[in-house]
Design a protein around this ligand. Sequence first.
Ligand code: 5GP
Length: 361
Amino acid sequence: MEWCVSLPKVELHAHLNGSIRGSTLFELARVLGEKGVIVFSDVEHVILKNDRSLTEVFKLFDLIHILTTDHTTVKRITQEVIEDFASENVVYLELRTTPKRNDSIGMTKRSYMEAVMEGLRAVSTVDVAFAPHNVDAGSLRESLPINDACDGKRKKIYVRLLLSIDRRESTAAAMETVKLALEMRDLGVLGIDLSGNPVVGEWMTYLPALEFAREHGLYVTLHCGEVPNPKEIQAMLDFIPQRVGHACYFEEDDWKKLKHYNIPVEICLTSNIVTASVSSLDVHHFADLYNAKHPIVLCTDDAGVFSTSLSNEYKVAASAFGLGKREMFQLAKNAIEFIFADDGVKQDLRKIFDLATKKLD
Ligand code: 5GP
């Protein structure tokens, strides 16, 4: 595990509120319990439960949103999540979150995202490179190697943001999120994710907003095939998103299309097993995609909710699929090619991996 922690890593599928520290979630629940907003004893077992079906996970998210959706807490969670990823040598993080509106506390989707940005700026344990237009690429390169604690330099993490459309949302609400993403491009927002309970909603509801996003140069990644829904899977693949997440319930035609379009897959092993989207690692599609050299990237999904970390996902993959250090290193490095950030960032990340090669042998 120590080796997996020291491996530089790229995280491309992490939901902000799902990555909340377990201790923070517990503390927030206790405080709201003391204030009488919730009954702590009712939610305690929901938080502590380990194995959850996909349906139960979405019930937990409803609870998490009650506990977290105010500006101060959103800022805190963002800061903690970035610090946690950086502490396990994640060198590039694409963090996704659903901008939320809560009229009762004057929260708009924009003010929610401003709280996220404040959280980014509040990170103190590492240097955060997040706003492309603010970053002086020259000075960043001078300070390489980043995340090299051994030579006394401070750690650095690249953070980029994806805004999620929740499947419960209307076309208009989805469009609002896309427009917000476009307005926040200078602050490191690169694209759009479609997520939320996969048994809710219709693909055609989000399609206009996703097409609008693409027309305006935003990247798109879709949660695809988390439940058996052959028509939707085909429609999503025909959209040719830049990446898909999960791909658990794919049939032969879906694999063919995915491979034909060479669409990278964000693989979340622990999440898939805990939610029983895949019955066991022995039959997980990682093996087939890996052997076929199809683009894949290991990700956490919801590190807090599934009690995992990206280092742990590498460890799980290593033991389940017999990967050695060299293979794990290459798998981590390959992820650079599927990030949504520009070539300058990709080049910097390649250097970080090249520098790490010798030390990790
Ligand atoms: P947030 O967007 O609030 O920062 O992160 C939590 C949200 O991400 C959840 O409410 C849900 O909409 C989405 N999410 C987290 N994990 C999953 C997952 O495994 N599948 C899907 N479809 N959505 C998820």
